[in-house]
Design a protein around this ligand. Structure first.
Ligand code: GTP
Ligand code: MG
Length: 197
């Protein structure tokens, strides 16, 4: 049976942040990298999460309940959106930081990276931050449909070495569905480690 996703809660400010007592996996990535498209791809629905070719579309933490497995996927606002004010960027950073820290329900953070680009400082900073606070990191290289095989192999190897991983990061495409089943498998095994997938 297919897992279903439904949007349960949307959070804009620190005081709206409350404990959501189910396992959670956060999806982070630079603005416009394709986080919301990845959610839609996983859900098999085109318009569940709003997507846009203009960066900065998602400005809130969005909790999607995965049914019947009973855990949350949390779409985070994109970082590094240059056109919003410094004050607004700091507000986002504080919200994400507070959400990440001391959250016993947060099981892993997926970092969505554009497979077409050489490693970007902001991505590396977030990945290192996640590793340093002791959270599990799941790197995903998206927009793989736009890359040649040679480029894909090279970027996988680069990120694997940069992050000191035993496995190479997953190649993904919301357009073709490449990596979708494998990603579901990884998400479920991280959120519900006791269950047989
Ligand atoms: P913000 O909410 O603004 O931070 O952006 P986001 O990370 O949620 O990105 P979104 O899913 O809105 O996608 C941004 C743009 O990239 C859209 O034009 C998508 O159609 C496109 N896109 C996303 N994923 C893929 C992919 O796998 N392949 C291709 N070719 N395009 C993609
Ligand atoms: Mg989005």
């Amino acid at each position: 049976m297919h897992s279903q996703l439904s949007l349960i809660k949307t959070i804009y400010t620190l005081d709206q942040l409350e404990i959501m007592p189910k396992p959670q996996i956060a999806l982070a990535g630079r603005s416009n990298v394709g986080k919301s498209s990845l959610i839609n791809c996983l859900a098999g629905r085109k318009a569940l999460a709003k997507t846009s070719s203009t960066p900065g579309k998602t400005r809130s933490l969005n909790f999607y309940l995965v049914h019947p497995e009973d855990f949350y996927l949390v779409d985070l606002p994109g970082y590094g959106y240059a056109r919003c004010s410094k004050k607004e960027r700091e507000k986002w950073a504080r919200l994400i930081e507070r959400y990440f820290q001391n959250n016993e329900f947060l099981k892993a953070v997926v970092i969505i990276i554009d497979a077409r680009l050489t490693p970007q400082t902001l991505d590396l900073e977030l990945a290192t931050y996640v590793q340093n606070i002791g959270l599990k990191l799941i790197p995903v290289l998206t927009k793989a449909d736009k890359c040649k095989q040679k480029q894909k192999n090279a970027i996988q190897k680069t990120w694997q070495e940069l992050l000191g991983l035993t496995e190479s990061p997953l190649l993904f495409s919301s357009k073709t569905g490449q990596g979708k089943n494998k990603l579901w498998q990884i998400l479920k095994s991280m959120a519900l480690p006791g269950d047989i997938q």
